[in-house]
Design a binder for this molecule. Structure first.
Ligand code: NAI
Ligand code: CS2
Length: 488
């Protein structure tokens, strides 16, 4: 019997859904939240019951999708897929309510957070949703920040909504809620806190002081590969559960969540579902961003340019697989201190196995999105470490060169690339520049390179050479070359 035809185990909620309350509000109800935080709550509820439920919010598009989810009693499928072990499905029951600005009005969204029963507001609004400068501060010139500061009762951005809801809680004499950032940002709790305090400070210094004193912003390391849903995923979910599920998602079996244990009030016992509560998340965040996300972006840019559609397709080229592992262990691992008790070689081997999972179709194009928001924490900070220590870093350099080539907007076959990035228009190549000119232009216009790199002529020359080599040889040969050199 082929894997596709084997009977698939389907786990369903065994707890009393009527007992759940909207004690967690989630901003950014995308693929990841469905297969990560909501699953941890669902697993916990199956184990010990309780009343923790999620009220989910989308601030941008998706009003109809949320309405449809409500009509389906907020139940949806998470399909765990593994090319070696087969599939397993879970019907998740922990989501119980929603808010959307088009359905409930912007004021209704704010009220959904300010509600006295809410203990935690979690977020997965993507890196750009925090509206930060390359230095990690709230960008006061960002058009959404300006608009929300001008119309404070009706905010549209995540930070604006958080501050408006906190102001309302204070007005009502309530405690603030805990703000739990679950995006792939470095020091994600502290960055979110700084952004919220900066926004609140523009509005009212007393409000900012109250949030600073009473609020809590635990940092988290979140991990599970959850690609955007494809028609193939939808068809497979149909086969497994016997009906269509437009809200279903597919993901890998692996999941990890490390959470700083610092909440305003109560919190769910997510540890029952496998999460780790700890005092210091930073070493885990750093390890994940550099060992997983850095190589993910490397594979995404060089894979896309090399003509590969997904990460698993890219990894099937053994030079790419060797280069990814060499990047992890030969360059990234040197640049940070591993969390206590973690063996980075074993961690890297597990990552390579996860990237090779052919049942997961994670498009290189999807991961390539928003590179200007991702590169600093994934590659540029470790590249800076290498430059400061006088150590060559050919794989990181090639990865950054591939990003520069990719955001230029034309692929190796002369076809246009659909570049999705807040800086896309600024980063487009004009086609007449030499690699040296192009590197200098991108470094200057993006503003994302740390000064130590942007001001280092030798580094810029090495990066220009890598870009020149990539243009001349193409991605596949360039990767083969660095993979070969890394073995020596
Ligand atoms: P998605 O595209 O399915 O959902 C993104 C959500 O963010 C949507 O609800 C969208 O409306 C919202 N959003 C986008 N831009 C926004 C903005 N400017 N302001 C407010 N909301 C905005 O993406 P997915 O897969 O849910 O990933 C979201 C984030 O979760 C990632 O950027 C990453 O930081 C984190 N993450 C994702 C993982 C994955 O494998 N999918 C794994 C680990 C973390
Ligand atoms: C990916 C991540 O889209 C991306 O940029 O690198 O979302 C990745 O899938 C997750 O961080 C895995 O936990």
């Amino acid at each position: 019997m082929s894997d596709e035809n084997k009977e698939v185990l389907v786990t369903r909620p065994r707890y009393d859904r009527a007992a759940l309350r909207s004690r967690i509000v989630h901003l950014g109800f995308g693929a990841f939240h469905r297969a990560h935080q909501a699953v941890y709550t669902d697993v916990m509820l199956n184990a010990i019951g309780g009343d923790w439920g999620h009220r989910v919010v989308k601030l941008k598009s998706g009003a109809e999708a949320l309405q449809r989810l409500a009509e389906n009693a907020y139940l949806y499928t998470v399909l765990k897929r593994d090319s070696r072990q087969g599939d397993q499905a879970r019907i998740v029951g922990s989501v119980i309510d929603h808010r959307h600005p088009e359905t409930h009005g912007r004021e209704g969204v704010v009220a959904g957070l300010a509600d006295a029963g809410v203990e935690i507001v979690s977020l997965t609004v993507t890196e750009k949703g925090y509206m930060l400068t390359p230095g990690g501060r709230l960008d006061l010139d960002h058009p959404e920040v300006k608009a929300d500061l001008a119309d404070q009762g009706r905010p549209g951005s995540a930070i604006g909504v958080l501050v408006a809801a906190l102001a309302e809680r204070r007005r009502q004499g309530l405690k603030p809620f805990t703000i739990l950032c679950c995006d792939n940002l470095p020091d994600n709790g502290a960055r979110t806190r700084d952004a919220v305090l900066a926004f609140a400070g523009e509005r009212d210094a007393d409000l900012a002081a109250w949030i600073e004193g009473e609020g809590r912003f635990p940092s988290t390391m979140v991990d599970r590969i959850v690609p955007a849903t494809t028609p193939e995923t939808e068809a497979r979910i149909f086969d497994v559960i016997g009906r269509p599920d437009p809200d279903g998602v597919a993901c890998e079996p692996f999941r990890q969540w490390v959470i700083e244990d610092d909440f305003v009030g109560e919190r769910p016992a997510w540890d029952v579902a496998g999460a780790t509560f700890t005092r210091d998340v930073a070493p885990f965040e750093m390890m994940k961003l550099r060992m997983l996300n850095g190589p993910h972006s490397f594979l995404a840019y060089l894979g896309y340019l090399g003509g590969f559609e997904t990460i698993a397709d890219t990894m099937a080229d053994l030079n790419y697989a060797a280069a990814a592992r060499a990047l992890m262990l030969g360059e990234q691992a040197a640049s940070f201190a591993a969390p206590e008790g973690i063996d980075l070689t074993a961690y890297a081997d597990e990552l390579i196995a996860r990237f090779t999972n052919r049942a997961i179709r994670h498009r290189t194009w999807q991961i390539a999105m928003d590179g200007s928001q991702k590169l600093p924490q994934r590659m540029l900070s470790s590249l800076q470490w290498h430059v400061e220590h006088g150590r060559p870093a050919p794989l990181l350099t090639l990865g950054v060169a591939a990003w520069i080539r990719y955001v230029g907007g034309i692929d190796e076959r002369g076809q246009a690339i659909d570049v999705r990035d807040p800086m896309a228009a600024r980063l487009k190549a004009d086609g007449s520049e030499t690699p040296v000119e192009r590197v200098r232009a991108v470094v200057e216009t993006s503003g994302i390179f740390p000064p130590r790199l942007a001001g280092d002529g030798a580094f810029l020359d090495t990066l220009s050479q890598a870009l020149g080599g990539l243009i001349q040889d193409g991605a596949v040969r360039s990767v083969a070359k660095v993979a070969g050199e890394s073995k020596r």
